[in-house]
Design a protein around this ligand. Structure first.
Ligand SMILES: C[S@@+](CC[C@H](N)C(=O)[O-])C[C@H]1O[C@@H](n2cnc3c(N)ncnc32)[C@H](O)[C@@H]1O
Length: 241
């Protein structure tokens, strides 16, 4: 306390810039380590090692029948209270497991299905055309930019994806600029707190870590829904001002 009182006049007298708290998005950098988990890329963000990306060779796994039980997509979508006009960005859409379940729920809106793997975009584009779906737009993003228009998105959904973004800080900046004021980000991640969940450690996240990283992106935690057997469903929002 006493130290603060001594430092305050110094801050005011010398420079306001150096003593002002920096926004977390600028202050936090990545750390590279040579000794790391083989499931990760050796790059750490806020103490968490980033996981390897699930390659296209794993695409069939995304469509496994058991997901209906373990990840309960219908209950997830019901819990999101989507409006028919909503614009939803499915970030890391993969083969469209969620994209094509969301599209009928937003008939006057649209689903922007973003992925960085061209093979996933080919699948998304093919299915969209074959099924004559008018409101799904596949978008080939980059590892640092989801390529979404500014202030256009009501909800950005990331299912089993956030933990493997190689540049979470840049991606979240792109997502936040694409959200409308008050727009939501929903993260669904396997619960890192639970050692009994049979998923490799780097492919899970703790709620504490997710909340820290979203706060770093300027988002406000709203709630965590715990109805899924293995995953957190965490809701954040972009401040309105
Ligand atoms: C584990 S899969 C999940 C796919 C889908 N969300 C689902 O639940 O079926 C993660 C996906 O995220 C994609 N991905 C990884 N980094 C990304 C990034 N920076 N931007 C967009 N997609 C990314 C991967 O290519 C992969 O298709």
């Amino acid at each position: 306390m006493a130290l603060r009182i001594y430092l305050l006049p110094l801050c005011l007298g010398l420079t306001l810039v150096s003593c002002a708290p920096k926004p977390l998005t600028q202050a936090v950098t990545y750390e590279e380590r040579t000794l790391h988990d083989p499931e990760g890329i050796g790059k750490f963000y806020m103490g968490r090692e980033i996981a390897n990306v699930m390659g296209f060779s794993g695409a069939a796994w995304l469509e496994r029948a058991s997901r209906e039980q373990t990840e309960q997509p219908e209950r997830v979508l019901q819990s999101l209270d989507l409006r028919p006009t909503d614009v939803v960005a499915d970030i890391g859409a993969g083969t469209g497991y969620f994209t094509f379940r969301i599209s009928p729920l937003v008939p006057q809106g649209k689903v922007l299905a973003v992925d960085v793997q061209p093979e996933m975009i080919t699948v998304l584009t093919g299915l969209t055309k074959d099924r004559h779906i008018p409101n799904v737009t596949p978008i080939l993003g980059t590892i640092t930019d989801p390529k979404l228009p500014a202030q256009s998105v009501d909800l950005a959904l990331m299912v089993d994806t956030y933990h493997e973004l190689s540049h979470p800080r840049e991606m979240m900046a792109g997502i936040v600029q694409a959200l409308k004021p008050g727009g939501r980000v929903v993260l669904i991640e396997y619960r890192g707190e639970d050692g009994n969940i049979p998923i490799k450690a780097l492919h899970k996240m703790t709620q504490e870590q997710a909340r820290r990283e979203m706060a770093g992106a300027g988002l406000v935690w709203q709630e965590t829904k715990n109805f899924l057997p293995y995953q957190h469903l965490m809701v954040f929002s972009k401040p309105t001002s």
